[in-house]
Design a binder for this molecule. Structure first.
Ligand code: F6P
Length: 559
């Protein structure tokens, strides 16, 4: 693994950032705009199909330069090159990080452990095309000879959120008469509600699990198989109604899926970075392989931008550095993603896994306590959020940097809807930046005829301090190409922040403890007594739920 430049360089770079942060604390963006007519143009750029305006941030040229110097001192260019060279930058799992290979195109070379993986990547894409074409044209038939009308993806985390988010985002490009469904939660309600109304003879299940050991996915997959076999009355029906996406061929075979119906991927693809692999099979079924390849092309364009543009013109670098700036110098703890596009309603949930599973770490890559790591990511589409939590964004005591994402053109033009949507999006970024001063509020209240005393009493509640940062990302319209670039932008932003935090963004040990303890508690709920001692709270919860389950069972059986 490439080593970082000396820690002295990095310490100096942080010190410069801190000085700039202190200097900028009381500088209002209104002043920055007033004093610098070229600001909006200088702090904005095109990157592939995306336009980004990052001028509404609390940085001037000097502060921006300290951030770029920090990125350089942290060794971003070396780490980035190491990723693109297929080195084992996921140090705690001893793996390469190769999602960029999945969209690099057939002519590219990407070497992992001495082997060019591109022929395998291309081969899987070709198999995905053959399979999804067959499903979409009706050439693939179910056990009873009927065509497929419903594809149900069973997976969780990265084997669910990416494909689900993209299928929702690109629903406009979906094929009529072929519906995509997603089951992830082990709560039986999820699969029960999804299967209600589906015709088993026309339903195809994709069991998506990198490891093929994930409890939720296997539990749901077994329930789906029971539902199918009971309905069709034949174990052999599984062959025409179940396919798998996994790195674990033995696990797939043990489950009873023919490995010929398995689409492989590789341990160098992280779950939350896997929608570009065969994990994207439900996407390709839904929108077709041509559109799926446009998605890959959009991501590839962003990869090329990230790999080759100088730091100060490199969008993932800029957005990553700005995010770290607010955590370090302005005590920001969260980051809101606010798409002004209903199709992107699951983007915040997808980005929560991407960012928080990657950068929610307690130690650096070398095992030292990390001083800061990634933000809490959250969000909802606008304009809905405006009528819910924007109050806090505008007047709360937390500073929350915001990303607005908006398409210039609607895929569903209805009357004046889209211009209202656009106006709201732009107005929110303006309001967050400008705010409204006490003087402005008092003038407004006087003009409404309030007495001086009443105006003075009400005014503090109506003041907006402003100076709240946002980035606005604009696409021409939300098509597969633009979406691919947008997702890749966030992937690389997370990479940049991981480098600045000095952490390994590609493991996820933090999810393990809960899984281990759940296994023990499951045995206790099933009747085993105390295989492991717990604290009093946990013991009491187990005992209470056991009692409640038992009494519900008695009521159900009438005893
Ligand atoms: O528990 C977390 C996690 O390992 C994620 O990182 C992953 O995306 C998800 O579970 C699903 O894992 P798998 O694809 O192996 O079922």
């Amino acid at each position: 693994m490439t080593s970082k430049p000396s820690s002295l360089d990095l310490d100096d770079a942080w010190a410069h950032v801190d000085v700039a942060g202190t200097r900028m604390v009381d500088v209002h963006m209104r002043t920055l705009f007033a004093e610098d007519p070229g600001r909006a143009q200088r702090f904005s750029m095109d990157a592939g199909p995306l336009f980004a305006d990052f001028s509404k941030h609390r940085v001037d040229d000097a502060a921006f330069s300290t951030l770029m110097a920090l990125v350089a001192a942290a060794g971003l260019e070396e780490y980035r090159a190491a990723m693109f060279r297929g080195e084992h930058i996921n140090s705690t799992e001893g793996r390469a990080v190769g999602h960029v290979a999945l969209r690099a195109g057939a002519d590219a070379t990407f070497v992992v452990d001495g082997v060019n993986v591109m022929p395998e990547v291309t081969d899987v894409l070709a198999r995905m095309r053959t399979f999804t074409d067959a499903v979409r044209t009706g050439a693939w038939q179910g056990h009873t000879g009927e065509t497929i009308t419903d594809v149900v993806n069973i997976g969780i985390g990265g084997s669910d959120l990416g494909p689900l988010m993209v299928c929702e985002a690109l629903a406009h490009f979906g094929r009529e008469g072929l519906r995509a469904h997603f089951v992830s939660n082990v709560d039986g309600t999820h699969i029960a509600k999804t299967l209600t109304g589906l015709n088993p003879a026309r339903t195809l299940f994709i069991i998506a699990s990198k490891t093929f050991t994930t409890q939720e996915t296997l539990t749901n997959a077994h329930s789906a198989r029971r539902w199918l076999v009971e309905a069709l009355g034949d174990e052999d029906s599984v062959a025409r109604h179940f396919v798998a996406v996994s790195t674990n061929e033995a696990g797939v075979r043990d489950f009873g899926i023919d490995p010929r119906n398995m689409f492989g991927f590789w341990d160098w693809v992280g779950g939350r970075y896997s929608l570009w692999s065969a994990i994207g099979l439900p996407i390709a079924c839904h929108i077709g392989m041509d559109h799926f390849e446009s998605l890959l092309r959009g991501a590839r364009e962003m990869d090329q931008h990230f790999a080759s543009e100088p730091l100060e013109q490199n969008l993932p670098v800029i957005l990553g550095a700005l995010g770290v700036w607010y955590g370090r110098c302005h005590d920001a703890r969260s980051h809101a993603v606010l798409p002004y596009d209903q199709y992107l309603h699951r983007l915040p949930a997808f980005l929560q896994q991407l960012d928080m599973e990657s950068n929610g770490k307690r130690v650096t890559a070398t095992g030292e306590p990390a001083s800061a790591t990634g933000p809490i990511v959250w969000g909802e589409p606008g304009t809905n959020g405006q009528h819910a939590f924007y109050q806090l964004l505008h007047q709360g005591t937390h500073l929350v940097p915001v990303d607005f994402i908006v398409p210039a053109r609607s895929l569903n033009p209805v009357g004046e809807h889209h211009s209202i949507l656009l106006a709201n999006c732009i107005a929110q970024s303006e309001a967050l930046m400008r705010g409204k001063t006490m003087g402005e509020v008092l003038d407004e209240l006087r003009a409404l005829g309030l007495s001086e005393a009443d105006a003075a009493a009400l005014a503090p509640h109506k003041v907006f301090e402003g100076n709240r940062p946002s980035t606005t990302l604009v696409v021409e319209c939300l098509d597969p190409h633009a979406l691919g670039a947008l997702i890749a932008l966030y992937e690389h932003k997370v990479f940049v922040q991981g480098v600045l935090f000095g952490i390994n963004s590609f493991d996820q040990w933090g999810v393990e403890l809960g899984k281990q303890l759940a296994k023990v508690i499951e045995r206790e709920l099933d009747g085993e007594t105390n295989p492991q001692a717990h604290d009093a709270s946990t013991n009491a919860l187990v005992a209470r739920l056991k009692r409640q389950v038992a009494s519900t069972a008695r009521v159900d059986s009438g005893t």
